[in-house]
Design a protein around this ligand. Structure first.
Ligand SMILES: Cc1ncc(COP(=O)(O)O)c(C=O)c1O
Length: 435
């Protein structure tokens, strides 16, 4: 059952903070099912499989002795020069942290005024602040994507509507309900690795709507061609950036968001003072400097080439489908434990977010992606055990079934160095041959 939040402070209404914002979006109650053929449906009315565990994260896959392909933090980070800067800042722990230098550094990095930046304790804090600062009546999460934005909105008591992309996970702005007043989309998206065109994301913006773009992995794409971090002309845009992946600062918590000054002020209001520590602020200054962005860009170019090699190698493995158009430092794989030929993704068929398969809204679709009763299904105990057998072979991979829109046949793997990637391709080949 979805509840509507009856009232909100005027300055917390979605339409008020942004200069370009208009009246709040329609307050019509959310339908429990979408129109025929709509790939969206709220999850609360599910009579199907259990809800995915939104609080599950890749680090839960790790164990002593396993090669980590489950967590997307760049290996070998933080680099020594960054660690030095953090340790120097730690020498000043007696002082209350002052965010001004970090705010200015992030602003310079994206050619925006400091009033359009809020430094945060990682991207995760930004999602919580968004959920606390605003009261959306019709929040939409474009799935599959990182689950914390939805978890934060739900924890704050907001109704959440899922739009689940199917096929090759390409963003279709037309799939988003017109009266959505808050949308969250990842770019590039975790776990699909798909980079959406900036134009498709811009097409989602309109007065009275907040458009949250999770760019936690944007600096992993050489040149950041589709980033909106520097875009100041998009109404309601909030871009969330993380420094924890590329720079190995997951334990420190460092990131920032970029938005219009009224939105930045509204987002800063619900947080406690001194929310970001002095060493984390020093890390933001260091990571936003031109030398650091050049280092990240060089790594991104190398990683891009390695991911291309890995994707091509894995697509030769019988039973593996590599999600195409990957641009992030990870790949989403569909592993087929029942068949010896690679499964083709169907670009046009959305996956039902409740049943996790493409019927009955697409009765002509020949493939039921996740239906264990279907003889052509790819799911079932054998496919689930692919991940377990990979663990036995020494690799921790990220399960896919905790992402809304995916099922047990999906795994996500981080791109590592060539030697590790070669070993993984061999291990997965062996595991699937042993079916
Ligand atoms: C897409 C995406 N966004 C945001 C985050 C959270 O980043 P942070 O560590 O900066 O909170 C993650 C972490 O896994 C992520 O995958």
């Amino acid at each position: 059952m979805i509840t509507r939040i009856p009232s909100m402070p005027a300055d917390a209404r979605l339409g008020v903070p942004g200069p370009a914002a208009g009246p709040p979006a329609s307050t019509g109650s959310l339908a429990s099912t979408g129109p025929p053929g709509d790939s969206t449906r709220p999850s609360e009315d599910s009579t199907g499989p259990p809800e995915p565990d939104l609080s599950f994260h890749g680090d839960a896959e790790l164990a002593e002795g396993l090669i980590d392909l489950a967590v997307n933090v760049r290996p070998g980070t933080p680099p020594p020069w960054l660690l030095d800067r953090i340790l120097v800042a730690a020498g000043d722990l007696a002082a209350y942290p002052d965010p001004r230098a970090a705010t200015e550094a992030a602003a310079r990095r994206h050619a925006r005024p400091p009033a359009e930046v809020l430094v945060t304790a990682g991207a995760a804090e930004a999602f919580t602040l968004i959920a606390r600062a605003f009261r959306p009546r019709h929040a939409v999460i474009v799935h599959p994507q990182f689950t914390e934005p939805e978890a934060a909105l739900r924890a704050a008591g907001h109704p959440v509507h899922r739009v689940t992309l199917g096929g090759e996970f390409t963003l279709d702005p037309g799939a988003v309900p017109r009266d959505a007043d808050l949308i969250v989309v990842g770019n590039p998206t975790n776990p699909t690795s798909v980079l959406h065109p900036a134009a498709a994301i811009r097409a989602l913006a309109r007065p009275g709507r907040l458009l949250v773009v999770d760019e936690a992995f944007a600096d992993c794409v050489p040149g950041e061609p589709e980033s909106l971090a520097g875009a100041r002309d998009v109404p309601g845009l909030i871009v969330v950036r993380s420094l924890t992946k590329t720079w190995g600062l997951a334990g420190l918590r460092a990131g920032y968001l970029l938005a219009s000054p009224p939105h930045v002020r509204a987002l800063g209001r619900p947080r406690p003072p001194w929310a970001v520590s002095g060493p984390a602020l020093a890390a933001v200054v260091a990571c936003c400097a031109p030398a650091a962005t050049a280092e990240a860009a060089a790594w991104a170019a190398d990683m891009d080439a390695e991911r291309t090699w890995l994707g091509q190698s894995l697509s030769q493995v019988p039973g593996v489908t590599v999600t195409p158009n990957a641009r992030a430092p990870f790949l989403l794989l569909k592993v087929c434990a029942h068949r010896s030929v690679p499964h083709q993704l169907t670009p046009t068929d959305p996956i039902d977010p409740i049943t996790n398969h493409t019927g009955p809204t697409n009765p002509t679709n020949p493939i039921s992606l996740n239906d264990p009763t279907d003889p052509t299904s790819l799911s079932g105990p054998t496919s689930r055990s692919v991940r377990e057998r990979l663990r036995a072979a020494g690799f921790a991979v990220r399960r896919g079934d905790t992402f809304p829109g995916l099922g047990p046949d999906w795994i996500r793997i981080a791109v590592r160095d060539r030697a590790t990637n070669v070993r993984f391709v061999a291990a997965l080949t062996t595991v699937l041959e042993a079916r």
